[in-house]
Design a protein around this ligand. Structure first.
Ligand code: ADP
Length: 417
């Protein structure tokens, strides 16, 4: 098994790199075993499979994912492993930790599943002393499966929300699914604003560092915006620390920073405060830009209730003529879809007006009192938005990934230029 270390691992038969080790993953829709032969033909050096496929260079294992996890465990030699999970902010927190701990390894992009985590360690980990690993879940047991092998020294649970509740089944499943990271970790970084999480960690006899809004060992005390700058004040145990960030960050981001600082303290490392000056929001993720006197917030990458909440809160905190939003639904809510979108409507009612993209599952339940227009056609909606916008307005674009709200945004930008 060890002689596979150092080789590139691949699992998508459309993206075979010469010499890679193809692992046959059984997904919901596709079974990688059906592509093992093709992978060898395309240049894979080995295929890892769960049954005899009568192929040259096949390695038969009981379970491909367990095999990958064990191999990744052997490869990962970091002195400190920091694990991050939560309903929102995992990616952001991982990036912040990576900035606060220069030279650390992080799992890239959304390589945060039982397949993504081991493959990214096998392909990209290069003996860094600190590793930051994102753990995602859809259902109970997902995080446990990864973290019982790839065990964090420090485990961060940012928050527990209603994302993917339609898949998880209910809130209990989401909560206990996330708590699996605490079960695996030696040091717990928990949210001091979440009563349920506090109750849970209090039963665990492990060292802890907490973070939160006006609460916790690392506490966000206040924040404000001046032009494109965010000023935040934190308290770390007894000491106050003022931070200036060169972009607009919402309360969720600022709490994620508190969580990251708590994790660095938990990992016994030094916080590189000046590293925070360089952080920026990227395209699609609460990215602010000025187009012809109108401030556009490109938050099209994804959506959840809590992310809408913090986005709207920020819009209310900055100067603007009118605060508007172009929105689509939040997916994966199952039987909770109506309730989620009713709550979303309440959040949106704090703004001056809302444009709604219809025709997607859940759109019909978005009914704030301040609707300006609803339309199914993205181009038509964009046109209506552009006709309505005036200098000094601020406008948020947000919906679940599958909606591809960026198509409306690009059209609006094109017309505004
Ligand atoms: P994840 O990787 O968990 O999906 P991201 O960092 O990609 O999280 O952020 C996803 C969305 O959630 C973005 O819209 C972002 O602005 C928002 N967000 C990030 N952190 C928080 C937080 N702590 N609370 C609420 N919303 C957040």
């Amino acid at each position: 098994m060890k002689n596979l270390l150092g080789k590139k691992f691949c699992y998508d038969s459309r993206k075979i790199e010469h010499g890679c080790v193809f692992v046959a993953i059984k997904g919901n829709k596709v079974d990688g075993h059906d592509f093992a032969k093709e992978a060898l033909k395309k240049g894979a050096s080995f295929v890892v499979v769960e049954k005899d496929m009568n192929l040259s260079n096949q390695i038969i294992v009981d379970n491909v994912i367990d095999f990958l996890l064990k191999l990744a465990y052997v490869q990962l030699k970091a002195k400190k492993v920091i694990g991050v999970t939560g309903s929102s902010g995992k990616t952001f927190t991982k990036e912040i930790l990576n900035s606060l701990l220069p030279g650390s390894f992080k799992t890239p992009g959304n390589m945060n599943t039982e397949v993504g985590v081991p493959i990214s360690i096998l392909n990209e980990y290069k003996e860094q002393e600190v590793a930051i690993i994102e753990y995602a879940m859809n259902k109970r047991g997902d995080i446990k499966r990864i973290c019982k092998v790839i065990k964090p020294d420090v485990g961060v649970v940012l928050n527990v929300g209603r994302q993917h509740i339609g898949v998880a089944g209910n809130f209990e499943n989401i909560f206990y699914g996330k708590m699996e990271l605490f079960q695996c970790s030696n040091i717990l970084i928990y949210n001091a604003n979440d009563e349920r999480m506090i109750e849970y960690v209090e039963t665990m006899n492990k060292p802890k560092v907490s973070f939160g809004m006006k609460k916790g060992d690392v506490s966000l005390l206040e924040w404000s915006y001046i032009d494109n700058i965010t000023k935040a004040k934190y308290r770390i145990y007894d000491e106050e620390k003022k931070v200036i960030l060169n972009d607009i960050f919402h309360r969720g981001h600022l709490l994620n920073i508190a969580a990251a600082v708590a994790a660095v303290i938990g990992a016994d490392q030094k916080v590189c405060w000046e590293c925070l000056e360089k952080i920026k929001n990227v395209k699609g993720r609460f990215h602010w830009k000025n187009v012809g006197g109108i401030r556009i917030i490109d938050d099209t990458y994804n959506a959840s209730l809590s992310a809408f909440d913090v986005a709207v809160e920020t819009m209310l905190k900055v100067n603007a003529k009118r605060r508007l939003a172009v929105v689509g639904p939040i997916f994966e809510q199952g039987k909770f879809s109506k309730e989620t979108h009713e709550r979303l409507s309440k959040i949106l009612e704090k703004l001056d007006g809302v444009f709604i993209l219809d025709g997607y599952e859940g759109s019909e339940y978005i009914k704030p009192k301040n609707i300006i227009v609803r339309a199914k056609n993205k181009d038509k909606l964009a046109e209506k938005v552009v006709n309505y916008l005036r200098n000094g307005d601020i406008v948020l674009f947000k919906a679940s990934r599958g909606v591809m709200m960026e198509e409306v945004l690009y059209k609006v930008e094109e017309m505004l230029k």
